[in-house]
Design a protein around this ligand. Structure first.
Ligand code: ASP
Ligand code: MG
Length: 405
């Protein structure tokens, strides 16, 4: 007998038909003799709808009340799923985050899980029930309901799996697993059998929206093997784990992120402390800087710096840099949010030369100009014009995954 944690996302539980489908998947595992804990997200667009409802009343609602409101979405799907399971003749109970023992920090709308005390879950399992837990929520030390930030249910599932030493943690979604590129855009994208935590983390932060990145961080920390799979087809998904075997693969995926803006400043003094001052003034405003490019100093002791920030911080970053430019009597400040970041990710590139060159060749063949480049051990990213983004992803994907294979 094994302990299995299964998580189902919003599209998998969006209506009565889908809930019955989930109940079938869950009860099948139960009937095979396993203990089953199920974590659910809110149905379909419920969370967005609730956010809209709040906005109709107050454009700046209190975060505590937002958590009270948003946590209700998961309560609906959990109770409905328990009813669906009962209808199929199996005993089931639904639990809210606090009943399930989730204690979190008290940062409303983006709380972090501190601890899961699985006593109640354990005793319900001991009385042979399928336990359905609301994802995305917990309780603060002030006994207030908190939520974990958008997409937080994945993390709830991993936290339960870690706290209870589960044998398997399955994340059911509406795609069949993790692909080498977005399968809706790149028709010959392939499903990966396995991917490492580190690669998945890069892809998750690069906008391959299959798993919430905090859940991957937690899975890595507690060494919980995850399986990402579809609730709609009965096919094996992608396993996310520490080490994967596929040495032949240079890269495991190509990702596109259009949530970036580029800010540049010319003719700043070429002297120690300039980068420090510029980037600490951005950090003070909580603006995360990603790709950074600095030019070689000119003969006149000035240099240029360009960097990218998340699009929604673009205007604030621009203002900060303009103030900086005034202080230092610098040259021009430019802003561009018509850009995209295209990245390749793969543990294979650590031990192979020429991976970046291959990516650049694919871009050259499409006459796509590279504006910025950044690399890490398992990732190469380029900033290009947004209009070229989809073309770039296909070209790079074809280079690394030729159609014939
Ligand atoms: N319902 C929440 C959201 O939409 C949490 C989740 O889906 O994981 O963000
Ligand atoms: Mg959702």
């Amino acid at each position: 007998m094994s302990l299995i944690v299964q998580k189902f996302g919003g599209t998998s539980v969006k209506d009565a038909k889908r809930l019955m489908n989930v109940a079938n998947i869950v009860t099948q595992k139960y009937k095979e003799g396993n203990d089953v804990v199920v974590v659910v997200s809110a149905q379909g667009d419920t969370t967005d709808d609730l956010i809209e409802k709040a906005a109709e009343i107050n454009s700046n609602p209190s975060k505590r009340e937002m958590d009270m409101l948003l946590s209700s979405g998961e309560q609906i799907s959990a109770s409905l799923l328990a009813m669906a399971i009962q209808k199929l003749g199996c005993p089931s109970v639904s639990l809210t985050g606090w009943q399930a023992g989730f204690s979190t920090t008290s940062v409303h709308t983006s709380a972090r899980i501190k601890d899961v005390n699985p006593e109640r879950i354990r005793s319900e399992l001991d009385s042979k029930k399928i336990v359905v837990v609301t994802g995305f929520q917990g309780l603060s030390k002030y006994d207030d309901i908190t939520t974990l930030g958008r997409g937080g249910s994945d993390t709830s599932a991993v936290a339960i799996a870690a706290a209870m030493h589960a044998d398997l943690c399955q994340i059911y979604t509406d795609v069949e697993g993790v692909f080498t590129a977005d399968p809706r855009k790149v028709p010959n994208a392939k499903k990966l059998k396995e991917i490492s935590y580190d690669e998945m983390l890069e892809l998750a932060t690069l906008g391959a929206q299959v798993l919430n990145n905090r859940s991957v961080e937690m899975a890595k920390k507690y060494n919980i093997e995850l399986e990402v799979l579809s609730s709609l087809t009965n096919k094996p998904g992608t396993i996310v784990k520490e080490k994967v075997k596929m040495e032949k693969m240079l890269i495991s995926g190509v990702a596109k992120d259009t949530d970036v803006a580029r800010v540049s400043i010319t003719r700043i003094p070429d002297q120690p402390g300039i980068a420090f001052k510029l980037f600490s003034s951005l950090a003070a405003k909580n603006i995360n800087v990603d790709v950074i490019l600095q030019s070689i100093g000119r003969g006149d002791d000035t240099k240029d710096i360009a960097f990218t920030v998340p699009k929604d911080k673009g205007k604030e970053a621009l203002k900060t840099v303009e103030d900086f430019a005034n202080n230092y009597d610098a040259g021009e400040v430019q802003f561009d949010d018509n850009v995209a970041k295209i990245s390749i990710v793969g543990a294979g590139m650590e031990s192979h030369a020429g991976v970046a060159a291959k990516m650049f060749e694919a871009l050259f063949e499409q006459q796509i100009n590279i504006r910025m480049i950044s690399t890490s051990e398992i990732k190469v990213s380029v900033i290009i014009a947004k209009d070229d983004a989809d073309k770039a992803v296909s070209a790079i994907h074809n280079k690394f995954f030729p159609k014939a294979t």
